[in-house]
Design a protein around this ligand. Structure first.
Ligand code: C5P
Length: 250
């Protein structure tokens, strides 16, 4: 399974995003150490709600045209028909990965997949559809007290992952702490995309369950999503290099 680092580009504008990414591209080429640099893709990036709502679909096109793989993290959650139609639109953008909340249920996820496949019908590489299980900012106490879900967090996450698999999705967004259990329940081909990553020296910000890139690699994460440890670092290029070498370096 290809492992990669996805940079969460939680910036307010396209200008800031592009300025930031330009600095990182050179570093990636050095860390990944491929003989033929023309085949090295630019960093895999995640466009979240802040950037997407500020810039609209053109930010996706801009980053795709510049050679980035794009995970469009809009976490859809609505009635099946609305999600299907929306996914069809997102599929037409040519994104590489897109997501929704598994809490929307199996029917919603089936509809989402159908919409995404319709939208991306012309593409050879189909986008991956990933379900958010529980946000990594949610811990078991919050889930019990506020959401009134009284089962253990691990059990809830595993059931949401099984629901996503049954609906034909490609994987889930989850904490790296759950990656091994999800692979055990859903198979090694079922992708685990894990935010909540911190270099040891970082604080955890609002993330409640965190791991280092090295720990996430050992835990079996397929992709790690890393935002502030890179974007808010004093030296983002060095932080990105460190994250890459811990997670995908040789
Ligand atoms: O800055 P940080 O590394 O905490 O960023 C994590 C990114 O992953 C954010 O863009 C956040 O929206 C996203 N995310 C998350 N937890 C989830 C799903 C997505 O933190 N369960």
């Amino acid at each position: 399974m290809a492992k990669d680092v996805i940079i969460a580009c939680d910036f307010p504008s396209a200008d800031e995003t592009i300025k930031f990414l330009d600095k990182l591209t050179r570093i990636r080429d050095e860390v990944v150490k491929c003989d033929d640099i023309t085949v090295i893709p630019r960093p895999f990036v995640k466009i979240g709600m802040e950037l997407y709502y500020a810039e609209g679909p053109k930010i996706v096109k801009t980053l795709k045209d510049r050679g980035h793989k794009v995970f469009l993290d809009l976490k859809l959650h609505d009635i099946p028909n609305t999600v299907k139609k929306t996914m069809q639109v997102l599929g037409e953008y040519g994104v590489d990965m897109v997501n929704l909340h598994a809490a929307g249920g199996i029917d919603m996820m089936v509809a989402a997949k159908a919409g995404l496949m319709l939208g991306s019908a012309r593409l050879a590489d189909k986008p991956k559809l990933i379900a958010v299980t529980q946000l990594t900012s949610t811990d078991e106490g919050t889930m019990h007290r506020e959401l009134l879900i009284d089962r253990p967090l691990e059990e809830v996450v595993k059931q949401y992952a099984l629901n996503a698999k049954e609906a034909g999705l490609d994987g889930v967004v989850c904490s790296a702490f759950e990656a091994a259990g999800i692979h055990e329940a859903c198979g090694l081909d079922f992708l685990t995309v894990t935010p909540g990553i911190r270099l040891t020296k970082d604080g955890s910000d609002d993330q409640k369950r965190v791991m280092t890139p090295k720990e996430a690699r050992e835990a079996g994460s397929d992709y790690i999503v890393v935002g502030r440890p890179i974007t808010a670092a004093e030296k983002p290029s060095e932080a990105y290099a460190e994250v890459c070498s811990q997670f995908i370096g040789r």
